[in-house]
Design a protein around this ligand. Structure first.
Ligand code: PLP
Ligand code: TYF
Length: 394
């Protein structure tokens, strides 16, 4: 049997992570995988996470199974964090999932189950795992224009023109904030236009929100998701806690299915629980319990929000420093978009050859499409990167 297996394509981001580890040079900069790193290059356990873990260790009496949907306190707390009352609770079905990836996977399966003919419209570019999972599930994808490499912003006219090709029942996958891999985002006026198109053409919205709190703030980053969820008749939301709680390896996420018909919620909830049962039965609990503990305790929540705000500010500072340094070196505003982008990532907008040159000649690792993890920088390495960008002729 095993001899029938074929080599599967590697995940380019994870392969790059290994390449960086194997590079013996002392002077090297890792701007690859999307993990937050502080100025010392460490991905810390957040203070509130440590405190919540301690509390759970002290107080938890059992590790018996939860329910197929996970701990209801986690779902309620996350619904509050993401939607903050924008949608009535009785319209929301929700299950805990192994990370945001698990939420996406379950959402795609639910779409395929409910409407096998649905095509999923994805931004060009999008997080590669979206396409990888959709292809694996045999689902049809269509790309819509998104990144404008001339301006470093969103090609909004192109995006709207391409979305007009979607048929009723097709799904539009949108990044709630902090677009991965480009860092370019819609403004709220543009979001409203997308909502109008979704409603006029009877499309289904799906939002992947993996970086709430990394862009403009916790509420600001959720504003588009709240707008969509409160304006369309049906939508799916895949939320990840990996980044904003720093619980990457705990695999903590939530999938919501929202309908404007409360009488639909029971069936949606049952279907989400069924999908969990088919794939892994009970979702992981530890990260979810940590998140619920933090969100439900005013002191822990305030401390978590404060630390997250420090993280956000540090990335904004690095963005500004890099844009300023590149302006100084090039005498132009060509790279001003780096300060406008939001979240962990920016797409520099250069060729794979130049990306390889940065790696080979300067020890700077970014993804082949020129996506940089801004959190891989610190104040000392920003000037090194800026000079390398200029020296590589970018
Ligand atoms: N969606 C996007 C756009 C991401 O960038 C990520 C990665 O962090 C995820 C979903 C899911 O991440 P995780 O499965 O680690 O929660
Ligand atoms: O885009 C990133 O770098 C993060 C982390 O298969 C990640 O979202 C990358 C690849 C992958 C899973 C997570």
């Amino acid at each position: 049997m095993f001899e029938n297996l074929k080599e599967q394509p590697a995940d380019k981001i994870l392969a790059l992570m290994q390449m960086y580890r194997d590079d013996p040079r002392e002077q090297k900069i890792d701007l690859g995988v999307g993990v937050y790193k502080n100025a010392e290059g460490i991905t810390p356990v957040m203070r509130a996470v440590k405190a919540a873990e301690k509390r759970i260790w002290e107080e938890q009496q059992t590790k018996s199974y939860t329910g197929l949907a996970g701990d209801p306190a986690f779902a309620d707390a996350m619904i509050g964090l993401v939607l903050d009352g924008a949608v009535d609770r009785d319209r929301i079905a929700a299950v805990a999932t192994p990370g945001g990836t698990g939420a996406c996977r379950q959402a795609f399966e639910l779409i395929r189950m409910a409407n096998p003919k649905a095509r999923v419209f994805v931004s060009d570019p999008t997080w590669p795992n979206h396409l990888s999972i959709l292809n694996y599930l045999g689902m049809e994808t269509v790309t819509y224009r998104y990144f404008d490499s001339e301006t470093g912003g969103v090609d909004f006219d192109g995006m709207m023109a391409d979305l007009k090709d979607a048929h009723p029942g097709d799904v539009v996958l949108l990044h709630g904030c902090c677009h991965n891999p480009t860092g370019a985002n819609l403004n709220m006026v543009e979001w409203q236009e997308v909502v109008n198109l979704i409603n006029e053409n009877e499309l289904v919205a799906m939002i992947d929100i993996a970086y709430q709190g990394f862009g403009d703030g916790l509420d600001e980053d959720a504003a588009a998701t709240r707008l969509v969820a409160s304006s369309v008749s049906e939508c799916l939301i895949a939320a990840s806690c990996s980044k904003n709680f720093g619980v990457y390896r705990e695999r903590t996420g939530l999938l919501m299915a929202i309908s404007d018909k409360p009488e639909q919620t029971k069936l949606n909830q049952g279907t989400l629980a069924f999908l969990n049962r088919q794939n892994y039965s009970f979702p992981p609990d530890h990260g979810a319990r940590v998140v619920a503990t933090i969100l439900n305790d005013p002191e822990l929540r305030a401390d978590w929000a404060a630390e997250l705000e420090e993280v956000r500010q540090s990335m904004l500072g690095l963005r500004q420093q890099l844009a300023d340094e590149l302006r100084r070196l090039t005498g132009s505003d060509r790279f001003a978009f780096l300060a406008q982008h939001r979240g962990m990532f920016s797409r520099l907008g250069t060729s794979p050859e130049k990306v390889a040159r940065l790696r080979d000649d300067f020890g700077i690792y970014m993804v082949g499409d020129s996506r940089m993890n801004i959190a891989g920088l610190n104040q000392a390495t920003v000037p090194i990167l800026a000079k390398a960008i200029v020296d590589a002729g970018i």
